[in-house]
Design a protein around this ligand. Structure first.
Ligand code: UDP
Length: 456
């Protein structure tokens, strides 16, 4: 286990986005919380410092909380490949999907416990009695009893869940329940995800960081320059933007030109993100002269996501069998993770440059990628599953797709590509929605209330 060092955020940048009234409410909420904590620390524990929604959230909230004077720190657990195969299986099961079909029996419990025992020994170096420990997701859930034994108040933060829990969800939870139910509180993304046995449950929606390289406003020209420098668009770039780690692209020939309408989905290479469904929808929409970009993190060396390579290869297989007239208008991009800021900038540019953004997930806790695209005023087509149903007000801040339709994005893709006024209206509604609901001030204040309640 190791600590992730972060630099306190620049508060002024947030104040500009939030405006004076919300900035003041955030400051006074933070002061109250710092007073309540009275020197005690809030620890976050998760499984990776880069890649995926949890790391994304912590990179945003921890620096902001620190800048506001709240003592928040971040620990990442260590684990081996079999451990992450088991925990990936558990996350997929909780999502309500069979996943790799592998076992979750006594041997897996034993390995899970063994890996977390080693982490628990480290935990004692950090956590003091009275501290608050927030355990994110299945990977470190087994540390809850150890954190409680150290005298901390422990919160389980779920980032996955299933709208209509099924036998897979039950199996995933039955593995995790003995640990999670020892927490002092548990936090879920949306109401339907809360299991009936959840200890002291809360529902808190996540947020995106409007001031991070992922979400700062980029002009259209800058977005194009970044994508050209990264090798995602044709052209030499302006020379003013340098990208040291270009994308790894699968496509026929040259990248698309900067003025080509582009449909984009950015997601980890995970079966539940349904990249293949986006590909098939784009093929069925078959709007001449438009391109599809499917982008995800690079697939080798992603320690906590062992399936990524397999899913990417599956997608490449489907792409290679498309009719040439469609295949030649699709690119699959793997975005290097070596430099997280650069990776974030490329994601930002892709989302900003997109004509239409799709999030066709088969299950979703809360789709950060969707909120990121909405913040960039993009028209979003999102499958009506999980948090996406709450994030998007249908036909006001995006379009919700019918999850029963495997190529359900096809007709809306064609419709929005063909109707710039609709695209503009949905994009404006999307930006408003995020500004009202999904920025970090609301998120931190809700956590503040929970932590205060636990401290009483
Ligand atoms: N992401 C990224 N680089 C990539 C692919 C994804 O930074 O190459 C980010 C993405 O922008 C988002 C997060 O990973 O912030 C994914 O969060 P989401 O809630 O959409 O899905 P999760 O991966 O947690 O299932």
């Amino acid at each position: 286990m190791h600590e992730v060092a972060v630099r306190a955020a620049d508060i002024a940048a947030y104040q500009r986005v939030l405006g004076p009234e919300r900035s003041l409410a955030l400051r006074s909420g933070a002061e109250r919380l710092a007073g309540t904590l009275a020197g005690r620390t809030v620890w976050n524990i998760n499984s990776t410092s880069a890649g995926g929604g949890v790391a994304e959230l912590l990179h945003s909230l921890v620096p902001l909380a620190q800048a506001l004077g709240i003592p928040v720190r971040w620990l990442v657990i260590d684990g081996d490949a079999p451990f992450f195969t088991i925990t990936k299986r558990l996350c997929t099961l909780v999502y309500g999907s069979a996943g790799d079909g592998g076992p979750t029996g006594e041997a897996e419990q034993e390995h899970y416990r063994q890996v977390l025992r080693a982490n628990a020994d480290n935990l004692a170096e950090f956590v003091r009695p009275g501290d608050i420990v927030i355990v994110h997701e299945a990977q470190p859930a087994g540390l809850i009893p150890a954190a409680a034994n150290l005298g901390a108040r422990v919160v389980y933060r779920a980032h996955t869940g299933c709208d209509t829990p099924n036998e897979h969800t039950a199996r995933g939870w039955s593995f995790l329940r003995p640990y999670v139910e020892k927490a002092d509180a548990s936090v879920f993304l949306i109401e339907p995800h809360v299991p009936d046995w959840a200890p002291n449950p809360y529902v808190i929606a996540p947020s995106i960081d409007p001031c991070s390289p992922k979400n700062v406003d980029l002009s259209p020209a800058t977005a194009v320059a970044v994508l050209q420098a990264a090798g995602a668009l044709a052209g030499a770039g302006s020379g003013q933007v340098e990208v040291r780690h270009p994308v790894i692209a699968v496509r026929d020939g040259e990248p698309p030109a900067a003025d080509v309408p582009m449909v984009v989905q950015v997601s980890r290479w995970d079966r539940l993100k349904d990249m293949v469904g986006v590909l098939r929808s784009f093929a069925a929409a078959d709007v001449p002269g438009t391109w599809l970009t499917l982008a995800g993190s690079e697939v080798t060396g992603v320690s906590d996501d062992p399936e990524a390579e397999e899913i990417f290869e599956e997608c490449r297989g489907v792409w290679s069998r498309l009719p040439p007239s469609i295949r030649s208008r699709v690119q699959l991009l793997c975005l290097p993770m070596a430099d997280p800021r650069e990776n974030a900038l490329v994601v930002n540019a892709l989302q900003q440059h997109a004509t239409v953004v799709v999030q066709k997930s088969l299950a979703e806790g809360f789709g950060l990628t969707a909120t990121e695209a909405m913040w960039k005023s993009r028209p979003l087509l999102a499958n009506a599953v999980g948090g996406l149903r709450v994030q998007v007000v249908p036909d006001e801040s995006g379009i919700l797709l019918d999850p029963a339709q495997p190529t359900g994005a096809a007709e809306p893709i064609a419709r929005v590509l063909g109707d710039p006024a609709l695209a503009e209206r949905l994009g404006a509604g999307a930006r408003r929605r995020v500004h009202e609901r999904y920025l970090p001030d609301r998120h931190l204040l809700e956590w503040g209330r929970l932590i205060t309640a636990l401290s009483d």
